[in-house]
Design a protein around this ligand. Structure first.
Ligand SMILES: [Zn+2]
Length: 202
């Protein structure tokens, strides 16, 4: 009898606590299916969220960017979900042991991926810029910015005011481009790409 009463009280306390917890949490936020972070808008705020990483790497490998078709979306998603890469620079640092973790990739297919990755180092500056996925920079804007500023290095050093004037950009676009180049992950990506044979100076 005593036990039954205690159990009933326990259940009431638990359900009251749950109600209070729900109340203080507010309406439940949508969560990123991959990393579980609360999503604001339709964007996962987690910098190394595998979904975000996979989108960037897939974009990097697209024909309009550095063109690595052998590294298709399924393979990119595996690299991201195994946390083997967080930005395109890390693709070029993967060792044999990392590649071995991909499922269903034969030695021949891996050689094809690596051959295309080698050729990607010769991509045009505007294709590289497009591949870096700066906010609002589509293929046309990437071509125009390279045409105006000459190189990614020059673009990276340009102050927002000059970016805005010479590049015919809105103030917000110029600020966002500047901010992209100052971000630590993006800077690390550029540095790693340079260490692996990419040239951003023109
Ligand atoms: Zn996420």
């Amino acid at each position: 009898m005593g036990t039954a009463v205690t159990t009933t009280i326990d259940i009431r306390v638990v359900s009251l606590l749950q109600t209070l917890t729900d109340f203080f949490k507010g309406p439940s936020c949508p969560k990123c299916p991959e990393c579980g972070s609360n999503i604001s808008g339709d964007l996962c705020p987690n910098l190394d969220c595998p979904i975000k990483v996979a989108k960037w790497i897939t974009h990097w490998c697209s024909p309009e960017a550095v063109d690595i078709p052998a590294l298709d979306q399924a393979r990119v998603e595996q690299l991201a979900s195994h946390r083997l890469v967080v930005h395109p620079g890390e693709l070029y640092e993967l060792g044999q042991g990392d590649w071995d973790r991909l499922e269903d990739v034969s030695a021949g297919q891996l050689a094809e991926i690596q051959g295309q990755m080698q050729s990607s180092k010769l991509a045009e500056p505007s294709a590289l810029l497009f591949g870096l996925r700066l906010p609002g920079v589509d293929t046309n804007l990437a071509k125009r910015l390279i045409c105006v500023f000459g190189s990614i290095d020059k673009l990276r050093e340009t102050k927002p005011r000059q970016l805005q004037q010479a590049g015919e950009l809105s103030e917000q676009q110029a600020v966002e481009i500047r901010r992209w180049f100052r971000d630590s992950v993006n800077r690390q990506a550029l540095q790693m790409l340079e260490q692996n044979g990419f040239r951003f100076s023109g």
